[in-house]
Design a binder for this molecule. Structure first.
Ligand SMILES: Cc1cc2nc3c(=O)[nH]c(=O)nc-3n(C[C@H](O)[C@H](O)[C@H](O)COP(=O)(O)OP(=O)(O)OC[C@H]3O[C@@H](n4cnc5c(N)ncnc54)[C@H](O)[C@@H]3O)c2cc1C
Length: 291
């Protein structure tokens, strides 16, 4: 951060958003800092550290799991709240993000803002139906003084698609939240990488409940085949309330035909597509076998 002139550490969310929405100087959120300190654009002149905003807790409220934006990857790994349900795939993929030193600083908010193609954590969050809660959002259809014109809740996939525009408005992610899965929901993470501990080239997460061979509430996400991880909605829809043994092969074919991954030095387009097929199938069969 070569041009940093101001460091702010507000104790209040309204103050944080007011600082972020100033026209000048260019101000961004500082969370764990693992990406920002090395990669911040040169025009960033001020940071708002969110460490004192109380966003570092994981809460289960009724049927909702609320993960504060400043919760670290290591907190996700160690969380008791996530351990007892299909959400344990969030802990597992948080562990797969990086080594312990980075996990102790890097946060869930930072992970979704900087999500790359194969982020295991973001792939798992998509499969867990995560939503992103944003403070400071402006709804142009509302009156300027409408007090409800502050919060916005977006499905994670929607946030990923428009994250630059959303954050450029001076907004702040306060939490990532998701429904608590039913007790019979199972999840599985599958991945391929250069070494067993390396960051994945392609990864997949499946989560659903099985009863009498029928799949329900099917959620499938894959990383490494597009600019960010994506949900496989075609496949989810094709398997919902269907006998898996009868439908898996044909629905997999229909979904895979829609994938068009870019190739790079880690894997050609053909390799990524084939790995997506193998890993998605493996994750689905693992969930079915555990049910
Ligand atoms: C040595 C090293 C190794 C790394 N290895 C990996 C790796 O293997 N895998 C990987 O995915 N990443 C890796 N990273 C990158 C980084 O650790 C991750 O992107 C991390 O999730 C960023 O989180 P953070 O809390 O540190 O974010 P920060 O660096 O604080 O911020 C990152 C970006 O997100 C924005 N931001 C953060 N929180 C919020 C919020 N609540 N609301 C709005 N905007 C926000 C910031 O303004 C900034 O633009 C590595 C980094 C380092 C230094």
């Amino acid at each position: 951060m070569l041009n940093l002139k101001e460091y702010h550490r507000p104790k209040d969310l309204t103050e944080a958003v007011a600082l972020l929405q100033r026209k000048q100087p260019r101000t961004v959120v500082l969370s764990g800092g693992t990406w920002l300190v090395g990669e911040a654009p040169r025009d960033v002149e001020a940071v708002v550290d969110i460490a004192d905003l109380g966003l570092n807790r994981i809460l289960v409220e009724g049927n909702l799991v609320r993960i504060g934006a400043a919760v670290t990857h290591q907190q996700l790994v160690e969380s008791e709240q996530l351990r007892t349900s299909a959400l344990r795939v969030i802990s597992e993929t948080a562990q797969a993000m990086s080594g312990l030193n980075i996990r102790n600083r890097a946060t869930i908010g930072g992970a979704i803002v900087t999500a790359d193609a194969a982020s295991p954590l973001v792939t798992a969050l998509l499969a867990c139906d995560a939503e992103v809660v944003i403070a400071g959002a402006k709804d142009k259809t509302k009156q300027a003084d409408d007090p409800s014109d502050f919060w916005k809740v977006l499905p994670l996939a929607g946030f990923l698609a428009y994250r630059r525009q959303i954050l450029d408005e001076g907004t702040l992610i306060t939490e990532v939240r998701m429904p608590l899965p039913s007790p019979d929901t199972r999840s599985h993470y599958a991945r391929v990488a250069r070494t067993p501990r390396d960051y994945p080239i392609v990864c997949a997460v499946a989560a659903f409940a099985m009863k009498d061979g029928i799949a329900g509430h099917v959620r499938i996400a894959v990383g490494g085949v597009a600019a960010t991880p994506i949900r496989l909605s075609r496949l989810e829809f094709g398997l919902e309330k269907k006998r898996l043994a009868d439908w898996l092969d044909r629905e997999m074919e229909a979904q895979m035909a829609l994938l068009d991954p870019p190739g790079d030095w880690l894997g050609s387009a053909e390799y990524r597509k084939e790995m997506a097929r193998v890993l998605v199938r493996r994750a689905i069969l693992a969930v079915a076998g555990a049910s």
